[in-house]
Every structure is written in structure tokens, then in C-alpha cells.
Design a protein around this ligand. Structure first.
Ligand SMILES: *[C@@H]1O[C@H](CO)[C@@H](O)[C@H](O)[C@H]1NC(C)=O
Length: 194
């Protein structure tokens, strides 16, 4: 008898109300991760759930859909859906060469969070990129940290792009539904049911 009671208790404890990603999220709910990606909770009728990245958020806080591009000041922000289903955010930034934003020749400063600039006698120049947490990495290189692959790309027109891809060791793993089957006193229950 106690065994059954314990079992029922464990089953109740494992009932899921929604997607679990740093807390619980309801079906259809969206939230922003790492200030750049919009994640959505999807609960299937069988109680399985998955999270998927559905859109991008610009540094200005605007949410844009895959395929959309917006310009915020001197930055062009692009949101793209990749063939493997992942979502990429791309920021193209062209440093104005006319002035050094008040800095003296030889000085360096971080601009737009991810670009390290140096003032030269010919105006400002982007010398390398930095991650959101401030780790420097070279132009035309990649750096992976906290689940994000950053790429820093310099183009011939002087634009530098910082690209963020979401890391998934197996890109399909993110997409795979996670099924939770609960049985309460012999009756099958879906996640969210009480
Ligand atoms: C920025 O660039 C300057 C000049 O190359 C360098 O000395 C400095 O360490 C860089 N800072 C970062 C955070 O990348």
C-alpha cells in the first residue's frame, strides 16, 4: 500500500505544466534568451514538449522574424533561418571613418557592445570583435562561448559583421519532442492535466 502511495506521489511530482527551460513555460509562450534569440514552448497533444528558436531580438529590443532585416542607426540586423532549423542573427556595422567619437589617436574603446575600435590618424577602425561577456577575438575568426558561436567578419567595404549562431551539439536534438508520459492511478494523463 505504501508503495502505491509513494508511486502516486512520485508521479504527481513529475507532472509537467509546460516546457522546462530555466523555469516553466506555457504552451505557445515566448521569451528572450541571451538578449538575442526568441524561444517558444510547444506542447504536443500527447504531452511531449520542445523549445525552439522562432525569431531574433535586435540590440534595440525589436523582435524580428527569420527573413527580416532592420536598420537601427548605423547597424543592419538580419535574422535568418538556417537549413538545419536553427536561427542566426547577423549584425553588420560600418564604423564611420570621419571622426573618433571624441577619442584621441591611439585610444581604443568598445562600441555597440561587440566591436573594439581604435582611433588612427585616418579616423576610427574596428580592430577586433568582443563577445557579450567581453572576450576579444580576431577579425575573420570564430569564438564559441555559452552556447553561442560568434563569427567576426570583415568585408571589403569596411563593414564588420558579428554573427551569432546557437550551438547545439546535435542540431536536431533541440527539435526532438521530449515526451513525458504520466500515469496516475492507472490512468494516462497529459502534461498540464491535473
Ligand atoms: C582593443 O584593441 C586594442 C588595440 O589593438 C588592444 O590593445 C585591446 O586589448 C583591445 N581590447 C579588447 C577588449 O579587445
Amino acid at each position: 500500500m505504501w508503495r502505491q502511495a509513494l508511486f502516486a506521489l512520485l508521479v504527481l511530482a513529475s507532472l509537467v505544466e509546460g516546457c522546462r527551460y530555466k523555469g516553466t513555460h506555457k504552451d505557445g509562450e515566448t521569451w528572450v534568451v541571451r538578449s538575442t534569440f526568441v524561444m517558444k514552448c510547444i506542447i504536443n497533444p500527447d504531452g511531449g514538449w520542445r523549445t525552439t528558436i522562432v525569431a531574433c531580438q535586435t540590440p534595440g529590443g525589436k523582435q524580428i522574424q527569420p527573413g527580416e532585416t532592420v536598420t537601427e542607426g548605423d547597424t543592419k540586423v538580419e535574422c535568418t533561418k538556417m537549413p538545419d532549423g536553427s536561427v542566426r542573427i547577423n549584425r553588420h556595422y560600418k564604423a564611420k571613418t570621419s571622426d573618433c567619437e571624441g577619442h584621441a589617436i591611439g585610444e581604443s574603446w568598445i562600441s555597440k557592445r561587440n566591436f573594439n575600435k581604435t582611433c588612427t590618424d585616418k579616423g576610427q577602425k574596428i580592430v577586433n570583435c568582443v563577445t557579450d561577456s567581453g572576450i576579444a577575438f580576431n577579425l575573420n575568426s570564430k569564438y564559441t562561448v555559452s552556447g553561442i558561436i560568434y563569427s567576426c567578419l570583415q568585408h571589403t567595404d569596411g563593414t564588420v559583421s558579428i554573427v551569432r549562431d546557437n550551438v547545439s551539439p546535435n542540431p536536431k536534438a533541440d527539435m526532438k519532442p521530449q515526451t513525458i508520459v504520466c500515469t496516475v492511478r492507472g490512468e494516462r494523463k497529459n502534461a498540464g492535466e491535473t
